[in-house]
Design a protein around this ligand. Structure first.
Ligand code: COI
Length: 361
């Protein structure tokens, strides 16, 4: 079912970013946003599209203290013939359902979610960029919006969607792919069994900032997390999932312990590689196996995958004060092929052989 919502258009449209090749990530926000409320006994109600502007929040609002919230990340792409496409929105809906269940946030029906995304993008369609490597980033989020210091699920929630025209999260200077240095954290952990690692919640990222600060000090762009139990197996990168190509096997951490975010790009990478006949494994991979592969020349590629990160090649891992180069530290062929095919399908430049795109307009 498709829902419709009342729209209040802004009276102060913002100037568009001047140069689409220098959008950065979430530096600009569009003119409108979506807002909807939930009350126990009433369900989701009063969905509306309104101008994107700051809103009032009570300082005693529970989310500011106990972080009962979730978010999603999606992108809308402009095709050369002017259509607007989403990428596998059914997978965002599936993940949102799992996150909400974990966080005691009420379920938001998939068709209501998708209608809301459509309604707000309809108002800001001309903000969807078309320069190579760009997209309109969609950030849906829900928070417990209740004045309470009880450590209990809220009775009232707010669902919002905001939009930002973006380039890649790990921008290179020329808009193409380039490699990054990544810091392997051996003293902090991201997620343990039974925790919220598989859910898309702000707390997972707030918890990461101490290690991110260490990564910046070591001149690295982000953190590669090790498992909480043994500090031995690679898990994921701060913003994204991680893939390692060693002796022609592409390896990523399995989802089975519930400590890995089930990335939609992660899943698409696995499915694409399989369709190309590559050897792909979802298995535990120790940091020692990786450093050894770097030393003996079998570490062919490392790359991150994510909605924001797209496919981001990694040229060097920094672990316990030592640099472990990845092959010749240049963008690897598998990462490049994945990027070209994914972004090509997402923007309609290549045929959608996997049936992953969803035409919004
Ligand atoms: C995304 O890729 O959509 C994310 O939510 C990652 C975020 C930390 C930038």
């Amino acid at each position: 079912m498709e829902y419709t919502f009342p729209v209040t258009r802004t009276t102060h449209p913002k100037p568009r970013p001047e140069d689409e090749t220098k959008l950065g990530f979430a530096k600009y926000f569009t003119d409108h946003m979506f807002v909807m409320d939930y009350d126990v006994g009433q369900g989701w109600h009063d969905g509306r599209v309104v101008p994107h502007e700051p809103f009032l929040i009570e300082p005693a609002c529970a989310v500011l203290h106990y972080a009962q919230e979730m978010f999603e990340g999606m992108k809308a792409y402009r095709t050369a013939d002017g259509r607007i496409l989403l990428f596998r929105p059914d997978k965002n809906i599936e993940r949102m359902k799992n996150t909400n269940e974990r966080m005691c946030i009420p379920e938001l029906p998939g068709d209501l979610f998708l209608s809301a995304v459509k309604a707000v993008i309809k108002e800001d369609m001309d903000w969807v960029p078309s320069a190579p490597g760009t997209a309109l980033y969609i950030r849906p989020f829900i928070f417990g919006n209740e004045v309470s210091f009880s450590v209990l699920p809220a009775q009232h929630y707010t669902f919002m969607i905001i939009l930002s025209p973006v380039g890649s999260y790990y921008a290179s200077n020329d808009g193409g792919l380039s490699t990054s240095r990544i810091y392997v954290s051996d003293n902090y952990i991201r997620a343990a069994r039974g925790g919220t690692g598989y859910a898309k919640v702000g707390g997972n990222y707030g918890n990461a900032m101490r290690a991110s600060a260490d990564a910046m000090k070591a001149n690295c762009k982000d953190v590669l997390w090790l498992d909480a139990a043994e500090n031995k197996y690679v898990e994921e990168i701060g913003t994204s999932n991680a893939f390692f190509r060693i002796s022609d096997e592409v390896i990523t951490a399995p989802l089975t312990d519930g400590t890995i975010l089930p990335g939609i790009t992660r899943r698409s990478v696995i499915e694409l590689l399989k369709s190309w006949g590559e050897k792909v494994s979802e298995r535990k991979l120790s940091i020692d196996e990786i450093t050894e592969a770097s030393k003996n020349g079998t570490l062919q590629e490392v790359f991150a995958s994510g909605t924001a990160a797209v496919i981001s090649p990694i040229g060097c891992l920094h672990y316990k004060g030592v640099d472990y180069p990845v092959a010749d530290q240049k963008v690897g062929p598998v990462a490049q092929k994945l990027y070209d095919n994914l972004y090509g399908m997402q923007t309609g430049a290549l045929p959608d052989v996997m049936g992953w795109t969803y035409q919004l307009f």
